[in-house]
Design a protein around this ligand. Sequence first.
Ligand code: SF4
Length: 369
Amino acid sequence: MTEPGSSRLLGKPYVREAELWGPLSDRPEFVRCNLCARRCVIAPGKYGVCGVRKNIDGKLYTLVYGLLTAMNIDPIEKKPMFHFEPGSQVLSISTVGCSFYCMFCQNWEISQSRLEQGLYGRYVPPEEVVEKALEYGADGIAYTYNEPTIFFEYMRDVARLAKKHGLYNMMVTNGYATPEAIRELAPYIDAATVDFKGGGNPEFYRKFMAVPDPSPIYTAMEEMKRAGWFIEVTNLVVPKYGDHENDVRRLARWIVEKLGPETPFHLLRFHPDFRLQNLPPTPVETLEKLAEAAKEEGLQYVYIGNVWGHPLENTYCPRCGYTVIERRGFTILAWRLTKDNRCQNCGTKINIRGRFHGSGGGILPLLVY
Ligand code: SF4
């Protein structure tokens, strides 16, 4: 018999039978979710770790199909994503829930709300998302703010429809999706920002994020590359616990070897938030030292994020050092590339996918030299 709480859920438009799951062969009333690398085994009436997938009568359901908590227009630079469709505008959407428990999450009200406040949001069918994107003149859709893997079915449906209307799709992700989830999304997603924290240090992931093993993130990134997605990588530098140079060097070396030295890499400044309010913001000198280390390992485009006005908000030609793209925050101040994205000074090809759309979403005027 369906338990009372569950029967209330069935019939809601945002509660749908999930995909990428199966019953356990020896206990068919238990299900295994194969959406993210946690591969939760879920007993009847219980939820997965993300809090938004539930076993109801031996079937797995998503509880957040189209249950949106945010819908905003952002410049793509805010994701951050600097080398894909630069200066374009994205319609950003999110639900509640996350597959990680980051103690420093800046979006914890939505990512961790399953623990604190329960499910909430407004049901928005895929057609309405695409309509809104077109109405507001967005160039693409970003699945962001919370971990989009956990609303996989909805993301896939929105992305498929968006593609038909000429919009691109990008996700900002912790990289914990399984290869099979990525393969399902592959035809519709164009780009991903993959967020590391603490240099990918396994102990840091265990202690501050309740993630037993970060290694599936590397498998996922290789799958994304195989799928042809444009990838940018970020690393949140948490002072004292997640700022070790060796970790950043190891991560940078892996990116150079597996994704290529032209992969943009962003070192993000930590600001105290959620359950980690006792630490100071990351010293800028720490970020600069790590940026230098990442460059020494061979990465050609290294950025410092969350430090307004820092010179490493700009893109420099990896060959001659010329400032080819000048930025302030999320705004492009100057674009000094040829039409085929070569350095205007020395002709070196810069790794840009898509076209330059203008200044981005900031308030400063565009100056194209
Ligand atoms: S998405 Fe990940 S965390 Fe959520 S139920 Fe599936 S395997 Fe578990």
